[in-house]
Design a protein around this ligand. Structure first.
Ligand code: URA
Length: 499
């Protein structure tokens, strides 16, 4: 009698969704207990419709001990994080691979100590790709505010929505990062496969969405683009590295990606300009060479602006010193265009650079406090700076203020003089040393000469005092008395020039 053919035991296993790691652990444990070989297990993931149809399908919300599989196979330390990430890979074969590894770990001791094993390598490769995708999601999600047109979402209290297209099934695993990072905001992240909503207290996961469900770009995004373009440094451009860090597949959902092509296309030219400018500058510092190179630095202004509006549009294009190429935008003076008193600062700061207005950051707030105490409405004055662009040094992502060099202030001087000629103030207050030097044409020892009037050849009277940032740098103990003294300086101008 011929032997009975061996009956192959096939098992079809259903998981609740693509990221159902608990379901995988539970089924893997049962299959191992029943001795089902890896080749006999078919791992399937229920579609949403199937999950609803088969109400008795494994429920991924059922409580399970985190690593129950270890009760059957004592898994080595490498397996737990490896399986947690590899299980989220987009490859439909991932659960089969992980089960095969578990099966083999039960009695193949060599596998535990062989990182070059082909199954281990494949799982490691998957886990790495998932980790990279999670990292990209944390870096490239861009929230946009909802502005009135998204009734349902807004009724749920959602204020910001982002659209993202991950490569793997990582939404659940990555959402806690955003909950920690944006705990105060009510937000939703939409992806083609899953959505997640944070209401300030808990995360709720739902089905996927369409790109059109997320709001389009807004004014804040435009500002971010301007800023991104301004911090883009052509000399640091490493295209291969950039694409490694920001792979092309993510570009379509990143607002700043639209700038990459034009910025990179112009990078060689901008780098060339930067090199020329800094070479010219360093040569200018050497007296012997400076004469020959002075030609490069000659102002490009061919005609003096006849109005403040014209002056503003001309300063926008100003590249007479290197600062303009790196700032977000020019910051022109503002206020009463026939003001009796003009206040002149050093240069715009970080906030001013982003908003395009002078004295709107911390120094501006201190100045506003002083103006209020003096009873000077800000809009009766004209506020401007000796240098019209923000000079900074990048430290990581922070832009740290740098005092403009004398040549830079000198290059900007004709704009300030033109403003003075157009506004025709009776007097000016120089806030700090850069402004004092620009207005009086000499180095001014501010502490010594503060509170005093000086009259220029053209008849303009200039009062010297400290820059508000100098007060901001003082400790709390000194600050109040320094502020009172500063008010006293300014009051001299009120008495003499603002009658
Ligand atoms: N400091 C300045 O000198 N000017 C500004 O506009 C802001 C800060």
């Amino acid at each position: 009698m011929s032997p009975m053919p061996k009956v192959e035991v096939k098992r079809e296993v259903w998981l609740g969704d693509e990221a159902d790691l608990d379901g995988f652990r539970r089924h893997a444990r049962e299959c191992l207990k029943d001795g089902i070989e890896p080749s006999q297990v078919e791992w399937r993931v229920a579609t949403r419709a199937e999950a609803e149809l088969f109400g008795n399908m494994p429920n991924s919300d059922e409580p399970t001990a985190a690593h129950e599989s270890t009760t059957l196979v004592k898994v080595p330390a490498f397996f737990v994080p490896l399986s947690e990430h590899a299980a989220l890979h987009a490859d439909p074969g991932r659960f089969g691979l992980l089960y095969r590894l578990l099966w083999r770990l039960a009695d193949d001791n060599a596998l535990r100590h062989n990182p070059l094993d082909a199954d281990r390598q494949q799982a490691e490769h998957m886990a790495r790709s998932v980790r990279r995708d999670m990292h990209k999601m944390t870096a490239f999600v861009r929230f946009r505010p909802l502005a009135g047109a998204y009734g349902e979402a807004e009724r749920e209290g959602i204020q910001h929505v982002a659209w993202f297209e991950p490569e793997h099934h990582i939404v659940e695993a990555t959402a806690p990062f955003f909950a920690r990072r944006f705990a105060q905001m009510h937000w939703a992240i939409l992806t083609p496969e899953r959505s997640v909503h944070w209401d300030g207290e808990g995360l709720t996961f739902g089905p996927g969405a369409n790109r059109g469900d997320a709001p389009p770009a807004d004014a804040a995004e435009q500002l971010w683009l301007t800023y991104y373009a301004s911090i883009f440094n052509p000399a640091r451009l490493k295209l291969a590295m950039m694409q490694k860090e920001m792979p092309r597949r993510y570009w379509k959902n990143l607002p700043e990606a639209a700038l990459i092509r034009p910025l990179t296309a112009g990078a060689a030219q901008r780098e060339h300009t930067m090199i020329e400018q800094s070479a010219a500058e360093s040569l200018r510092r050497r007296p012997a060479a400076s004469k020959a190179l002075a030609v490069v630095r000659r102002p490009i202004v061919v005609h003096a602006p006849g109005s403040l509006a014209e002056l503003r549009s001309m300063t926008e294009r100003c590249r007479e010193c290197p600062i303009g190429a790196h700032a977000t935008q020019v910051v022109n003076g503002e206020g009463n265009e026939s003001a009796p008193l003009m206040l002149v600062g050093e240069q715009p700061g970080d906030r001013e650079d982003l908003r395009g207005r002078p004295f709107v950051g911390p120094a501006g707030q201190l100045l506003n406090r002083a103006l209020e105490q003096l009873g000077w409405p800000r809009d009766r004055l004209y506020l401007t700076n000796a240098v019209k662009h923000f000079k900074f040094e990048l430290r990581g992502k922070r832009r740290i203020h740098k005092t403009p060099a004398q040549q830079e202030a000198a290059a900007c001087l004709h704009w300030l003089e033109r403003e003075i000629a157009l506004v025709k103030p009776d007097a000016a207050i120089a806030l700090g040393a850069t402004a004092a030097r620009a207005l009086l044409g000499r180095a001014v020892p501010v502490v010594k000469e503060r509170g005093q009037w000086f009259t220029r050849e053209d008849g303009l009277r200039v009062l010297i005092t400290l820059h508000p940032s100098a007060l901001l740098r003082m400790g709390a103990a000194e600050h109040e008395s320094a502020f009172r003294q500063w008010l006293a300086d300014l009051a001299v101008a009120a008495r003499d020039a603002l009658r």
